[in-house]
Write a protein that binds this ligand. Structure first.
Ligand code: NI
Length: 262
């Protein structure tokens, strides 16, 4: 009964050379992660990487996939994109639409293009019934407003970085909140406060590998076994044991991604 990493990018070139070894390492019980990693959802950032995530899911039993278009890649959206993503969602290991959202720090695409693409993908979620994984960087207000246009769509806020009040709003809407290594960073005081504000049954844990490795691995290439340190921090904030937090976040993720009936 191992850890569930709800958001990773093992399709990233940084895993190109040694992915077999990394998968063997994270799957096994180790000092870094005594329970081992049971499941990972790889998240697509455009059509080609979404396909790659599905190919990885075909190859490795512990991998599942989300397909979507990241706001930094919104300029790659074209009239075929929705049909291509829809076809990919037919894959038995496709469990969500993501990552989608808005990024006002890196405006590779103008804000209006990002918003248009975000709305198209939220529409796809409404139509297909898949949950969404949301990327929100420096765009908290606009992300919230667009999400509220789609009350039937449920999702997770990935690597949550907004306020405890915002976290509570999403929880009231039936959403989940996912925390990455940033909850362990000493200079990010608001993130632990937000993590405390989320009830246990709505918490997810993630790596965002290869990015955002938690303390004490900060700066290294992140991998799913390191999420045990993130679970330990979340456990401390909620007054439960790390083992309990691993179980809680795994059960939440299975429910969120509707994997219990798969
Ligand atoms: Ni990501």
């Amino acid at each position: 009964m191992g850890l569930f990493d709800s958001h990773a990018h093992y399709d990233d070139p940084r895993f190109g050379g040694d992915l077999d070894e990394v998968v063997a390492l994270i799957s096994s019980e180790s000092e870094i992660c005594p329970c081992g990693v049971e499941t990972v959802v790889n998240i697509g950032c455009d059509v080609p990487t979404s396909r790659l995530c599905l190919e990885l899911a075909d190859k490795y039993p512990l991998f599942y996939a989300a397909v979507g278009i990241h706001p930094q890649d919104a300029h790659t959206f074209n009239e075929n994109s929705i049909a291509e993503l829809k076809e990919m969602l037919e894959h038995p290991k496709a469990v969500a639409i993501g990552e989608i959202g808005l990024d006002y720090k890196y405006e590779n695409a103008p804000r209006q293009v990002q918003k248009d693409v975000f709305r198209r993908l939220m529409e796809l979620a409404r139509e297909t019934g898949y949950p969404v994984c949301i990327h929100d960087r420096d765009a908290h207000g606009d992300v919230f407003d667009i999400i509220r246009e789609f009350p039937d769509v449920k999702g997770v806020m990935h690597s949550f970085s907004s306020s405890p009040e915002m976290a509570k709003q999403y929880v009231r809407m039936g959403w989940y909140i996912s925390f990455s290594g940033t909850v362990t960073f000493k200079n990010a005081a608001v993130v632990p406060e937000a993590a405390k504000a989320v009830p246990l049954d709505r918490l997810l844990v993630e790596t965002d590998a290869p990015y955002l490795a938690p303390v004490p691995y900060r700066g290294k290439r992140n991998k799913s076994c390191y999420a045990y340190a993130t679970c330990a921090r979340l456990a401390e904030l909620h007054g439960v044991s790390t083992e309990e937090m691993v179980q809680i976040t795994r059960e939440n993720a299975l429910r969120f991604f509707k994997m219990l009936q798969k």
